[in-house]
Unconditional design. Structure first.
Length: 98
C-alpha cells in the first residue's frame, strides 16, 4: 500500500538541532510538504521539497529549517536547526497529489 510514516515523538532541549523523518512507501518520492500544529492552534505550513532538491519555506520560519531527501532510503527529513520553545508542536509530512 501507500503510506507516509513520520518519526516517533521526541523531546529535546532549546538550542539543539532536531531531525524529524518521513518514510515514503508505495509512491514516488515527489513533492513533500512539512506542516505543524501547535497546541490549540491551526495548521502551519513550514515548507516543501520538490521532485529534485529544491526547497521553499514559509517566510515566518525562513532560515530555521532545512528539508532533505534520501532517495536510497525513501526518506524525507526536516531539520530544526536550533530548537526554540515555540517549536513545540505536532509535525506532519504530506505528499502533494500528482
Amino acid at each position: 500500500g501507500q503510506s507516509l510514516t513520520s518519526s516517533e515523538p521526541m523531546v529535546s532541549r532549546a538550542g539543539q538541532p532536531v531531525t524529524l523523518s518521513c518514510k515514503v512507501e508505495g509512491v514516488a518520492l515527489a513533492w513533500l510538504h512539512w506542516i505543524r500544529q501547535k497546541t490549540g492552534r491551526g495548521l502551519e505550513w513550514i515548507g516543501r521539497i520538490d521532485s529534485g532538491t529544491g526547497t521553499i519555506f514559509a517566510q515566518s520560519v525562513q532560515g530555521q529549517f532545512t528539508i532533505t531527501k534520501d532517495m536510497s532510503r525513501n526518506v524525507v527529513s526536516l531539520e530544526v536547526k536550533s530548537l526554540k520553545q515555540e517549536d513545540s508542536a505536532v509535525y506532519y509530512c504530506a505528499r502533494e497529489p500528482q
